[in-house]
Design a protein around this ligand. Structure first.
Ligand SMILES: N[C@@H](CCC(=O)N[C@@H](CS)C(=O)NCC(=O)O)C(=O)O
Length: 228
């Protein structure tokens, strides 16, 4: 029996980062899909797994952990991981952890903010369409975040200022990946673009992310047709 259950959605960047960490670390897991439109994450049972009703969550041998960076650290310690993705070297870990703490407010918030407001929110949570003013406000925040990440990569190569790719890059990559929903192109940022494409081609990541955008639009169309 696999002792690890992972609850989440493939559309969710933090869920994918945990899935990819498992795959890159050869940790087996059962995936339990959360249908946000149906409110699977708002049920009393789910609330026992994560009191804040967010995904991803893991349950490992009956022990539940929420917040994706915290899940990754728990899994790395539990499965004794020592790879470039999350090495045991405490100074490299400190760099990765610093990024992961910074990531929520400074990367996830501005990138997911626009993607959710513009595309995912209206489909999953019946958000009203963004008006021009809010569209611009959220889009500007997304662009200034991409610029900041691009500067970090220009200067350091990797987002956590490590010498090799780490799980921090995967977290950043997955948030940027979702900007495909708003058709944002990275061509203006050559180093960021090649960093992004390099990560996208890693087998475990490709295997997870391929087909997501197309799958979402098919789902959104099927809802629209049902509502007609
Ligand atoms: N800081 C959290 C963020 C989790 C999060 O925002 N998850 C989103 C999906 S990407 C969610 O649960 N959305 C459902 C909701 O807010 O109702 C983490 O890294 O795990």
């Amino acid at each position: 029996m696999i002792p690890l259950n992972l609850y989440g959605s493939i559309l969710s960047p933090p869920t994918r980062s945990v899935i990819e960490f498992c795959k890159l670390s050869k940790i087996n897991f059962n995936f339990i899909n959360i249908n946000a439109k149906q409110g699977d994450h708002k049920t009393p049972e789910y609330k026992k797994l994560n009191p804040f009703c967010k995904f991803p969550v893991i349950v490992h041998n009956g022990f539940n952990v929420w917040e994706s960076p915290s899940i990754v650290v728990y899994l790395a310690d539990t499965y004794n991981i020592n790879t470039n993705w999350y090495p045991k070297d405490i100074k490299i870990r400190a760099r990765i952890n610093s990024y992961l703490h910074w990531h929520h407010e400074n990367v996830r918030s501005p990138l997911a903010g626009y993607v959710r407001g513009k595309v995912l929110g209206p489909v999953f949570y019946a958000y009203p369409e963004l008006d021009e003013e809010n569209d611009k406000k959220l889009k500007d925040k997304m662009i200034s975040c991409i610029r900041e990440l691009s500067d970090i990569i220009d200067d350091n190569g990797f987002v956590a200022r490590t010498e090799k790719l780490s799980i921090a890059d995967v977290f950043a990559f997955n948030e940027i990946f979702n900007t495909k929903f708003v058709k944002f192109a990275l061509d203006e940022y050559p180093k960021l673009n090649s960093w992004f494409k390099g990560i996208e081609e890693i087998a475990e990541i490709k295997d997870t992310n391929d087909g997501i955008i197309e799958g979402f639009y098919k789902f959104a169309d099927s809802i629209k047709n049902k509502d007609k």
